[in-house]
Design a protein around this ligand. Structure first.
Ligand code: SAM
Length: 286
């Protein structure tokens, strides 16, 4: 039984990191004329109202997007400014009222020849996703179902160019093993795809071991990038998310520099205590 709903968390520090990287990747991958497939295995509802009861209940966006919005973002490094421009497209008045999910950010970046495939397992979330993308055109397809299991049916894509975003809610222990098994299988089917996995920094062992296990997945000559942003020290009871990370296989070559340019500024803005820190490591550093 799934209970996670992204509407309670939209625009938090984890979304900021994930969507900053996503906007950068989309920008790079849509520069080549060949069609791009974007596959979002865990799409959520696609977009969120920040004045809704859900977002207001925890107010997580106040420690995320709101900290870099408007005047607070005026001196943002270029890659962050590109991400903020995407969020501003959803808030043309300048007032922060809505927050884009990954499907909306992908849709915004894609060209008519590209394809967007969105999967969502939770029936209520899927209903909202389908509503939000009604009339989006034939190039966008929403599917109710398990994005991890269904990914294999799309690989390799006809154009041999794809960005796969894997953004689970990590509600169960199995999510960690499932993600590793799915990536392993996906790399066998389509080794040159760009795979971007988001994960939470939690005290639990599965979360702490995940990055090292991910580094062992791709072949030795495959590029990867690992970025983390911690916003506060882990709670003493071991509960809660102190930060998050993304592990990207076959990242655009521009991504490491873009993140290294952005994260010192972003960490300063999003820090909730003086243990906040960031890291970007790549296969090239080894
Ligand atoms: N990617 C979205 C974004 O950036 O806006 C947020 C996604 S949210 C973190 C995770 C979503 O995955 C939830 O809506 C949850 O219902 C859904 N979900 C969980 N397990 C799933 C699965 N196996 N397949 C597809 N969706 C799943």
């Amino acid at each position: 039984m799934l209970s996670y709903r992204h509407a309670f968390h939209a625009g938090n520090h984890a979304d900021v990191l994930k969507h900053l990287a996503l906007v950068q990747m989309l920008d790079y991958l849509t520069q080549k004329p060949a069609p791009l497939y974007v596959i979002d295995t865990h799409a959520g509802a696609g977009r969120y109202r920040l004045d809704a009861r859900e977002a207001q209940k925890l107010g997580e966006y106040r420690e995320g997007i709101e900290r870099i919005w408007g005047k607070n973002g005026e001196d943002a490094p270029k890659p962050v400014a590109a991400y903020l421009a995407a969020v501003r497209d959803m808030n043309p008045s300048g007032e922060l009222k809505q927050y884009p999910g990954s499907p909306w950010l992908a849709k915004r970046a894609l060209r008519a020849s590209d394809r967007l495939r969105l999967f969502e397992l939770h029936s209520n979330e899927f209903r909202l996703l389908a509503q939000n993308f009604k009339g989006a055109g034939r190039e966008t397809q929403t599917t109710a179902g398990d994005g991890l299991a269904l990914l294999k049916s799309l690989l390799p894509p006809p154009s041999r160019r794809a960005l796969v975003l894997i953004d689970p809610s990590f509600e169960t222990k199995n999510d960690y093993a499932n993600v590793l098994a799915t990536l392993k299988d996906a790399l066998k089917r389509f080794a040159s795809g760009t795979y971007a996995l988001w994960y939470p920094q939690l005290a639990k062992i599965e979360s702490r071991q995940l990055p090292e296990r991910l580094k062992r997945l791709p072949a030795a000559d495959t590029d990867w990038l690992h970025v983390t942003l911690r916003v506060h020290a882990p709670a003493t009871d071991g509960m809660g998310m102190s930060g998050s990370g993304m592990f990207i296989i076959n990242p655009p070559w521009t991504l490491a520099d873009a993140l290294r340019e952005s994260l010192p500024w972003l960490t300063q803005k999003l820090a909730q205590d003086d243990t906040a820190k960031w890291k970007v490591e790549t296969s090239a550093d080894k």
